[in-house]
Ligand binder design. Structure first.
Ligand code: HEM
Length: 496
């Protein structure tokens, strides 16, 4: 470990800390290290350095005040094989990425998102109706909502049911793609670049990258072809891809850039929103008294004669607190997406050299004992008692309105407004419409186990499929849900 670097676990010659690097539930180990080595610490992997930031104050200094230097992404060989530098999420910082961000703003700015609200509400109504029809499939109904929304907006493709083959293929592609970046899944090719030269017959990753690339191209190019057809036949849906195919030059995009930009939005926008909403349902299942309190608030403000609207959220402080607490308690990207320095910087008095990978330890920031009382407890009241959910007297430098789970600095999630609207609409709907209880095994009568800790071991933190007993709170609400769905169906007409 070079002089001036933040402290960290003791290293071994050549491999550094590689032998200590966790391959499962890595965020827990990274947060444990923060308790030992501090809110900024470094880890060596071969010759490479990684720095972990685990406090709001350091995150502000690192990602916001030094954003001109900390907005690159580390090079990942396998992603290069799949995307050849065209995609956005791991794209290198520079003029091409700046154009991608400009283009993303066109679709995802706060104002643009106001124009997507009718579609989001229609999709949410479809989800409530699907829960009425097959409550046992709530996990899938949530996935359908989130995936169909991004496919509708980006490619003009509507998926009305969860067993639509397009939804199934989307999730297969997401799962495969996640394996590319899952720690421990492959040899450390990026830390030891010499591994790139191992002959193909002894490696699995090259053929895997080729398969994923081909599968993604087949899936997404089919959507592009459909857009081209609609443009030719003057049957446009107003989706983003149609706009890009006609105006991509505005951003300097060629056809490949356009394809991979759209792919980035769809892959980044579907699973993330779905995972948040699945965790929300699990948090309600685990905390019936919190669910009941939120429903009392909803009943007082909205009542039984109409469904919730986005603007109701202003009058629902406890529901807002629940939304913030789910973000804190189960951040879906617990160590965000790594950033990379393009020059030396100083953070908290330590040197972070050019060429360092920096992780924002979102999980650790949400569990910082200096900021949060009883951080491992799901307790929305903390966000009622103080603006940022912090304990009395805490130094709130770096705390902010946008949840940390969306990342930080110039790379902060550009989908934050779309995701926040989806979350608000669906959280209010579910609280207003449904009772949520543990389900019982029909044979044994025993409660079917569930837990917010029962997660898929992937690059993102997402819950395993779970069961619950979710049913309408009254027959009058069933009638309202059905009526609302019929009223909002015209939003889908343009996709037929
Ligand atoms: C609950 C939902 C979501 C969460 C928690 C989330 C979280 C994140 C995080 C942590 C990052 C990395 C930020 C950083 O590097 O500092 C990110 C990046 C990104 N997100 Fe999201 N996201 C969500 C939904 C969405 C949606 C709906 C879209 C678009 C439709 C989207 C598009 C993107 C893109 C394109 C990036 C890469 C940005 C870049 O590298 O410049 N996300 N997101």
């Amino acid at each position: 470990r070079q002089q001036g670097l933040p402290p960290g676990p003791p290293t071994l010659p050549l491999i550094g800390n590689l032998h200590l690097f966790p391959t499962t539930r890595a965020h827990l180990k990274f947060t444990e290290w923060a308790a030992t080595y501090g809110n900024i610490y470094s880890v060596k992997i071969g010759s490479q350095t990684a720095v972990f930031i685990s406090s709001a104050k350091c995150a502000r200094e690192c990602f916001e005040l030094n954003s001109a230097t900390t907005s690159d992404r580390p090079e990942m060989h396998m992603l290069n094989l799949v995307y050849q530098g065209n995609e956005m999420i791991m794209g290198r910082y520079g003029p091409y990425w700046k154009n991608l961000r400009r283009a993303a703003h066109h679709l995802l700015s706060k104002d643009a998102c106001n124009t997507h609200l009718a579609l989001q509400r229609a999709g949410a109504n479809l989800m409530m109706n699907a829960i009425l029809e097959s409550p046992q499939n709530i996990y899938d109904h949530i996935q359908r909502y989130a995936t169909s929304l991004v496919l509708e907006l980006v490619f003009g493709v509507h998926c009305p049911t969860y067993d639509d083959p397009l939804i199934k293929e989307h999730y297969e592609i997401e799962r495969q793609t996640e394996l590319l970046i899952k720690p421990g899944e492959h040899p450390p090719i990026d830390a030891f670049p010499i591994l790139r030269y191992i002959p193909e017959r002894w490696t699995r990753w090259r053929s895997m990258c080729r398969d994923i690339r081909n599968r993604q191209r087949k899936y997404f190019l089919n959507f592009v072809d459909r857009c081209l057809d609609r443009i030719a036949n003057e049957k446009k849906t107003g989706c983003f891809m149609e706009y890009l195919l006609e105006n991509g030059g505005e951003y300097g995009f060629n056809r490949e850039n356009t394809l991979y930009f759209a792919l980035s939005l769809v892959l980044a926008g579907g699973d993330t929103t779905a995972t948040y909403l699945q965790f929300f349902v699990l948090c309600m299942l685990e905390n019936p008294e919190i669910l009941a309190k939120a429903q009392r608030e909803i009943d007082d403000v909205i009542g039984n004669d109409r469904v919730p609207e986005l603007k109701d959220l202003e009058n629902l402080p406890y529901v807002r607190a629940i939304i913030n607490e789910v973000h804190r308690y189960r951040p879906i990207a617990p160590t965000s997406i790594p950033h990379y320095t393009i020059a030396d910087i100083k953070v908290a008095g330590y040197l972070i050299p050019k060429g360092t990978t920096i992780f924002m330890n979102i999980w650790g920031i949400g569990r910082d004992p200096e900021l949060y009382e009883d951080p491992d407890r799901f307790w929305p009241e903390r966000f009622v008692n103080s603006e940022f959910g912090t304990k009395p007297g805490a130094d709130t430098t770096g705390c902010r309105e946008t949840p940390f789970s969306f990342g930080s600095g110039r790379r902060i999630c550009p989908g934050v407004h779309l995701a926040s609207n989806s979350i608000a609409i669906n959280v209010m709907n579910v609280l207003w419409a449904f009772e949520i209880n543990p389900s019982k095994d029909p044979d044994t009568g025993l409660q079917v186990p569930f837990s917010t800790n029962d997660t898929i071991d992937g690059a993102l933190l997402s819950p395993n499929r779970f069961a619950c007993d979710i049913r309408p709170r009254s027959s009058a609400k069933v009638d309202l849900i059905k009526r609302e769905l019929e009223l909002s169906r015209p939003s889908f007409d343009r996709f037929t």
